[in-house]
Design a protein around this ligand. Structure first.
Ligand SMILES: [Ca+2]
Ligand SMILES: [Ca+2]
Length: 266
């Protein structure tokens, strides 16, 4: 093996030129959202159409009663200065607060005798329906065949009785008015509006025979007399809580409770 001074070597380190690894990905440039949005400033100019409300109005009234009760409501005429000699109107009702049915199968409605419209008639709707089953409305025709007398402003046209079902929910049941018409003495149609009414069903108050939402001492005594057989239950159906057509001691006790503490609030 040769020994001695050797040739100094050198280690030459050459820097390899960097080989790019990967391709640079361009950084996204942020795009600014537009800040100015055009606001539409188009204004619609309404063309005023003069709709004249009819001056005459038929008002269907309201009545309040308890389940299993019968309540009357008035239908009145506001003439608004028009001469109205005859009128007609339809009323649609909720089956649980329906216009009652007479023994003859007719709507339980009666014309006000003071307006002298003796040919006034009532019919259940829809035509051909079975009263108390499939009927949900009444058409009233207020008319005389022997006079053309104007109906006074504010006059009651007729009164109907609504029967409240024992299953009726507490609250308001509408009497919806539609198809109101009126005639002048010369046979011209008069524009007429109509306002709907309602049957308001309130919590029953056991023992409140006269429907004033109070149980008085004489109503309690009447209950006692019914149990003793000295009065008929028909004189106070409001005592018969379970509608079994008999009066039991617990029903009279509930009436006593209402007399002492007041009727339950609706
Ligand atoms: Ca009473
Ligand atoms: Ca009973």
């Amino acid at each position: 093996m040769p020994t001695g001074p050797g040739v100094n070597g050198a280690i030459v380190v050459t820097l390899a030129s960097p080989t790019p690894t990967g391709t640079p990905t361009p950084t996204p440039t942020a795009t600014l959202a537009p800040t100015a949005t055009a606001t539409a400033t188009a204004t619609v100019t309404a063309t005023a159409t003069q709709t004249v409300a009819p001056a005459a109005v038929i008002d269907i009234g309201s009545a309040t009663g308890a389940p299993n009760g019968r309540v009357g409501f008035d239908v009145t005429l506001v003439t608004g200065g028009d001469v109205v000699v005859a009128t007609q109107v339809d009323m649609t009702f909720d089956p649980s607060a329906a216009v009652d049915v007479t023994a003859e199968g007719r709507p339980d409605c009666a014309v006000n005798p003071e307006i002298n419209k003796d040919a006034t008639s009532f019919n259940f709707l829809p035509s051909g329906c079975t009263p108390g089953v499939t009927c949900d409305g009444v058409r009233a025709l207020v008319l005389s065949l022997d006079n053309l007398d104007p109906i006074p402003d504010g006059a009651t046209l007729f009164t109907c009785v609504a029967a409240i079902a024992s299953t009726a929910t507490i609250g308001s049941h509408p009497l919806v008015c539609s198809a109101a018409e009126a005639s002048s003495g010369s046979g011209a149609l008069i524009p007429i509006a109509c306002n709907s009414g309602s049957v308001v069903v309130e919590q029953p108050c056991v023992g409140d025979c006269n429907g004033d939402h109070q149980v008085s001492v004489d109503e309690v005594i009447l209950g006692v007399n019914i149990i003793l057989g000295e009065a008929a239950l028909e004189s106070c159906p409001a005592l018969d809580v379970d509608h079994d057509h008999m009066l039991a001691i617990n029903e009279v006790v509930q009436a006593v409770g209402n007399a002492l503490n007041g009727c339950p609030a609706s």
